[in-house]
Structures are given as C-alpha cells and as structure tokens.
Design a protein around this ligand. Structure first.
Ligand SMILES: [Fe+2]
Length: 263
C-alpha cells in the first residue's frame, strides 16, 4: 500500500520529534502493510516553512536509516501545503514541494472555512502544470455540509486524499460519515494516514484498507491504495471517473452490492 500523507520526517513540523520516533513510525507502517510512504511536512506561513532542499535531504537520510534498520519501505519527498497566496510562490511548476518532486501537490484547506480565493488557487496551480490534491477533505466542516463543493473542484481537475483514521471512526462519527459519503461517491482518489506520532495519529492504513474494500469493492480499493498513488508518485497522468451528482452512501452502497451480486 501507498501512504501519501505523513509527518514522519524528524524535527521538521509537529510530527515525529526525533529520528528514533521516525524509525519507530516507519516500522509500525511496514508492519501494517504499507510499502511506500510520501513524507509530507506542513508548509504553513508563520508556522513551518521548510526549504524543499531540506525536505529532500532529510528524506534521503531517513531512507538510509530505514535501510540500516532493515525496515522495508520506500520513501518519497513531498509536502502538505497550506492553501494560502504566499504558497503560490513556492509552487511555480512541477518539482519543488510536489509529491516526489513531480506534478501533484498535496494542499490543505484552513481547518474552519473555505477561503474565497480557493478556485483561483486551484486554477493557478493547474495552469502551472500541477494537479492539486485536497488533503483530508472529509475532515473539513464545509465539505461535510456541502460535498458538492468538492465535486465541483474534482470536475475541474482536482484530486482528493482521505485520512485513514477518518474512516475507522477515530476522528468521530461525523467525520466517518463524511468519509463514507465521499468514498461511496468516488470522490476519494488516494489515502494517507496523516501519521504524526506513535500514539494518536499513527501511520497505519490496514484497518481503513479493509473498510474501503467493504465499501467499494476490491477493484476500486486496489485503485485507491495502489494504482492511483503509484501513478501520482511517478508523475504520470491519472484518469478518474467523476460522478454526475452526490448520492447518499446507502444508495451507492446498495448499488455496489447489486453490482457485486449481479455483475
Ligand atoms: Fe497532515
């Protein structure tokens, strides 16, 4: 499996505090079925602004340390970039701050609202050859209230990342319901653990992977957990199916069950 959203690089943001914690987190991820991890520290004006070169160098050092400790994982540099005008200066084209230095960027909405310049932000990135991926969309209160917002961005070419703990109920029932709604409407393209440490937000995907399979079937789960993230990290074009409208999870779930029974 591929985990496209983590805070495992040591001492760079509010994730792993030191190398020892990073290695324990990597070991935990590997033991729970993850094989590939994007390291995506926060890039937020006024809080954390790591240079891209620093992220890449830290990724290489951690990869070497993982190998020394026989942890079978492949690591990729990346970032979780706050949707803020200033960050457009950092995303001038494919490369720096994109996942594996490619053509896709993990971008994060402010926790409480959708900023008025969101459409412009997403559009500018796309005109520069970068495909935005909205981080943990299911956790956002405005998206949970009005998922059509997200559908509109996806129609225009944005992708969506879901956090694994959202689907297993660790972030509360409302977030779990939003995760199921997005997933059953084909509005989740990749997952991440958003792992920050060893206790609460941990780098594990296996339980969520099982739940994804139950909800949307093995074929789509494989797409979300393996095919899509691999394509993104390789910087290749990803073709997705965009739903025409949002349906309640119950209707989609029943449709999926029917499809599995009758083909
Ligand atoms: Fe994050």
């Amino acid at each position: 499996m591929f985990d496209l959203h983590t805070h495992i690089l040591p001492g760079i943001d509010d994730g792993a505090k030191d190398l020892e914690t990073s290695l324990l987190m990597l070991r935990m991820a590997a033991e729970h079925g993850t094989k590939n991890i994007a390291l995506t520290p926060h890039v937020i004006e006024g809080e954390w602004l790591p240079d891209w070169e620093r992220i890449v160098a830290a990724c290489h050092r951690l990869q070497a340390a993982a190998q020394e400790h026989n942890i079978p994982l492949t690591l990729y540099p990346g970032a979780e970039i706050a949707i803020h005008y200033d960050n457009l200066e950092r995303l001038k084209g494919p490369g720096p701050y994109c996942l594996n230095g490619g053509k896709y960027a993990l971008v994060e909405l402010p926790a409480t609202h959708v900023p008025p310049f969101i459409d412009e932000f997403l559009f500018v990135l796309q005109t520069r050859g970068i495909t935005p991926i909205i981080a943990h969309a299911e956790r956002h209160p405005e998206i949970a209230r009005k998922p059509e917002l997200l559908l509109e961005w996806v129609r225009k070419g944005t992708l969506v990342q879901m956090n694994a703990p959202s689907l297993t109920g660790r972030m509360g029932e409302k977030t779990k319901a939003a995760a199921e709604l997005l997933l059953s409407n084909n509005l989740v393209h990749v997952v991440g653990s958003d792992g920050h440490g060893l206790n609460f937000r941990r780098p594990k995907l296996d339980r969520a992977a099982q739940r994804i399979t139950e909800l949307v079937g093995a074929e789509r789960a494989h797409q979300i957990l393996i095919v899509n993230p691999k394509t993104i990290l390789q910087g290749r074009r990803l073709d997705i199916t965009v739903p025409e409208q949002i349906q309640s999870p119950r209707r989609s779930f029943l449709r999926n069950i029917k499809k599995r029974i009758w083909g």
